[in-house]
Design a protein around this ligand. Structure first.
Ligand code: CDT
Length: 303
């Protein structure tokens, strides 16, 4: 067996007035608790340093950019990396990334994987950006990821780390089978993802009562169909008047939930994940080499 003990560190709300330093203090507290429980790795949510700012229409780019990190680690986040290295624990976290590529300023919704020495060993930029780009004032709150972020340009790379093959995706990505399958094709053994999911979906309120069900349905299907562990971590609770679902969960390659958060505040759940649990699935029902029929899948990429 190959055990990776994982902590999924759900965060309660981060309000706009909370500084990065306040948040990093909370993250370090959860990281220490995870290490004390024997974790190799602790996973934090999407946009885990700030409030979920795409809920607001903003026209002043400087106001928007204040939610972005220009370097990682930067002055306020370095203590998190230093504490990880001191404790000997890895972590993942999502953040808004502002970078300059080929002389062009870029904005991405990003997630990183950091090893036990505090080194970044994996990076992903969100591809499935939900919501809308224009102001829709009829909504109780906006979902402006299409305005503030560009579509990620790194694909879904996997990293060899923690004795296994680790993959990253972010929030809305978890609803799309292609996300898991692209990583599944690279032999992924653990997918780590964070999410900010409002309980209320303004364009389709008839779906609201199913928000938690759809969260687990997507992640459990992705885990089972690709024989991989999935660790899904929420930012939860009432953030600036918007209720975000909880439901942080660690899911086995069988599709079963082995640990689940109870509340909607800062909460750590832990599971000892045997990466070899996937072998039975990868070598039988989901033996890709034996059973996939890519010659019949062309439509998926043609449009
Ligand atoms: N953050 C994020 O991707 N949230 C979306 C909300 C969908 S409704 C616009 C999600 O898929 O959970």
């Amino acid at each position: 067996s190959r055990i990776v003990t994982v902590g999924a560190a759900q965060l309660g709300p981060i309000q706009r007035a909370h500084s990065r330093t306040d948040v990093v203090r909370r993250l370090i507290d959860l990281m220490r608790r995870a290490r004390a429980m024997g974790c190799d790795l602790v996973a934090f949510p999407e946009l885990g340093l700030t409030t979920f700012f795409p809920r607001w229409w903003m026209e002043d780019q400087a106001e928007v950019d204040a939610f972005f990190e220009r370097e990682m680690p930067g002055p306020e986040t370095r203590p998190l990396f230093e504490e990880a290295a001191r404790l000997g624990i890895g972590f993942t976290i999502g953040y808004a990334e502002l970078t300059v590529e080929d002389g062009r300023t870029r904005h991405f919704n990003t997630s990183i994987l950091v090893d036990k020495a505090g080194r970044i060993v994996g990076k992903y930029r969100k591809i499935h950006l939900p919501g809308h780009a224009g102001h829709e004032p009829w909504r109780a709150f906006q979902h402006l990821e299409k305005r503030y972020f560009e579509v990620g340009n790194l694909g879904w790379p996997v990293s060899r780390a923690f004795g296994g093959i680790m993959g990253l995706c972010i929030c809305n990505d978890r609803r799309w089978p292609e996300t898991y399958r692209v990583m599944g094709m690279q032999g992924v053994e653990m997918v780590l993802l964070g999410y900010n999911t409002p309980e209320h979906h303004p364009p389709a309120p008839e779906q609201d009562h199913l928000a938690e069900f759809h969260n687990h349905l997507s992640m459990q299907a992705g885990a089972y169909q690709n024989s991989t562990w999935v660790v899904g971590v929420a930012k939860a609770g009432v953030e600036e008047g918007c209720m975000l679902i909880g439901g942080t969960a660690i899911i086995a390659p069988s599709g079963e939930i082995v640990a689940k958060a109870l509340g909607r505040d800062d909460e750590l759940i832990v599971a000892a994940c045997d990466l070899d649990h996937a072998v039975s699935y990868k070598t039988t029902i989901f033996n890709f080499a034996a059973h996939r029929r890519p010659e019949a899948y062309g439509l998926i990429t043609e449009r």
